[in-house]
Design a protein around this ligand. Structure first.
Ligand SMILES: C[S@@+](CC[C@H](N)C(=O)[O-])C[C@H]1O[C@@H](n2cnc3c(N)ncnc32)[C@H](O)[C@@H]1O
Ligand code: SF4
Length: 417
């Protein structure tokens, strides 16, 4: 198949997006026993997964469960703390680029356990060299915030908070089992968070949700304008791991994204067409340092906790719990070691990098060469994309998706693997 034929054949296939591999069995040949080695990685980030939520939204692809009682939450946190200590004992002398605490909803923990989580975060970064632009972040929902949790965050040194809104429409939220956000409550929490010293608030919105249309997106944009967060992230609904598929065509998704993009630009947010993060500050990429290093630079990350993903310079792994069914079974354990470890050849590592880069709509061809991709094949694909106006190269050697290329970005980025 030529590159042009491959592109055509994948354009309308919803599986090509920021997920990779398309199915776990695609990597069966690379599976090995034991942990993922990090001995060649001198710089990496940490990710701590808290899989608990107050409600389970039906669109959510992440490993999450209803928040268990306080004692079980604490058990989980102590097990994760041990895993972090074990990793730090094994690997020393690396620089920590970022540390995100995500989920699930970390703020769904009780105040006592949230305090313990902050202690665990403090111990996790203690004694490590932090990169100059180290910027940790925590995911949250408005309904799980408390003044005490915000105080703890700031006192621990975490000043970026990422809150999910998804859609301002109560009926869209309700049809996805999502607790609908109340604008007054959101505005009050943003004021309190800023007064307490949170420096950056990111709000997550999703598009391609059932029921979303021009009017509901206009309402989302009006809400963003009134709340004026420092950062906004747009997520296209991914359904690779869900039983249902999106009913929107690629053209409809493009139109929804474009409406958000134009609206954000008119409010003064900075960002390039095709990327999913926007910021009021042109120098700020709109993400934590963990996400920035992961998306833009293909940097390594070590995930702790239930089902967390890790990537090193030699492969990818998923912790215990990735495909398990019930919370009780997976919470009664003395560790969350890698259950699936894959030592990957260059083309698969490059594929993972490209899929993650698609969030930002840009990548570094040099990174693909470093990973071992053959220059001739890389150049053929780049030439095709430049000639069709799908990609452009910028001065810093980064290659960006164009408006034309973004319409079928999944198919486009997949041409590189
Ligand atoms: C891990 S979730 C945690 C955030 C927090 N629990 C919340 O609900 O606001 C991070 C973000 O992923 C996005 N997300 C969730 N499910 C998704 C899916 N199936 N496809 C794309 N994005 C998704 C949502 O925008 C969500 O805010
Ligand atoms: S979107 Fe957030 S609150 Fe909803 S189930 Fe997923 S992690 Fe939990």
């Amino acid at each position: 198949m030529t590159i042009a034929e491959l592109y055509e054949s994948r354009k309308d296939d919803p599986r090509w997006n920021t997920s990779y591999p398309l199915h776990p069995k695609d990597w069966a040949a690379y599976r090995v026993d034991g942990p993922l080695p990090f001995d060649k990685d001198r710089c990496l980030s940490f990710y701590i997964h808290i899989p608990f939520c107050r409600q389970l939204c039906s669109f959510c692809e992440y490993t999450r469960m209803l928040c268990p009682e306080e004692a079980l939450q604490e058990t989980y946190l102590r097990v994760v703390a041990n895993d972090i200590e074990r990793f730090k004992t094994q690997y020393q002398g690396f620089t920590l680029l970022g540390c995100d605490i995500g989920g699930g909803t970390p703020t769904s923990l009780t105040e006592k356990n949230f305090s313990l989580l902050m202690e665990i975060y403090g111990d996790a970064i203690a004694g490590l060299e932090l990169s100059d632009d180290f910027e940790p972040s925590v995911e949250a929902t408005f309904d799980t915030l408390s003044e005490m949790k915000l105080t703890e965050l700031v006192e621990t040194g975490i000043k970026r908070l990422s809150l999910g809104v998804q859609s301002s429409s109560h009926s869209i939220a309700a049809s996805h089992h999502r607790l609908g956000g109340d604008e007054k409550q959101m505005a009050e929490w943003l004021t309190i968070a800023r007064q307490m010293g949170i420096e950056k608030v990111n709000l997550d919105f999703m598009y391609s949700l059932k029921g979303q249309n021009e009017a509901s997106i206009a309402q989302d944009l009006a809400l963003i304008d009134r709340l004026h967060p420092e950062q906004v992230t747009l997520y296209e609904l991914r359904t690779n791991m869900l039983p249902s598929r999106t009913s929107f065509t690629k053209e409809a998704l493009f139109a929804q994204y474009s409406q958000y993009f134009e609206g954000l630009m008119s409010m003064g947010y900075k960002g390039r067409f095709g990327q999913n993060t926007f910021s009021v500050n042109a120098k700020d990429q709109g993400v934590s340092s963990y996400l920035r290093e992961r998306m833009l630079n293909g940097a390594s990350y070590k995930g702790f906790g239930l089902s967390a993903q890790s990537m090193s310079s030699v492969g990818v792994s998923y912790n215990l719990g990735k495909l398990s069914s019930g919370p009780r079974q997976v919470l009664n354990t003395d560790g969350y070691p890698e259950a699936y470890t894959y030592l990957l050849p260059a083309k698969e590592l490059a594929a993972k990098y490209m899929a993650i880069s698609a969030y930002h709509g840009s990548f570094f061809p040099n990174k693909l060469l470093e990973m071992g991709i053959a220059p001739a094949s890389l150049n053929d694909t780049l030439d095709f994309c430049y000639s069709q106006g799908l990609l452009v190269r910028s001065d810093d050697d980064r290659v960006h998706v164009t408006k034309e290329g973004f319409k079928y970005y999944g198919a486009l980025f997949s041409l590189f693997f």
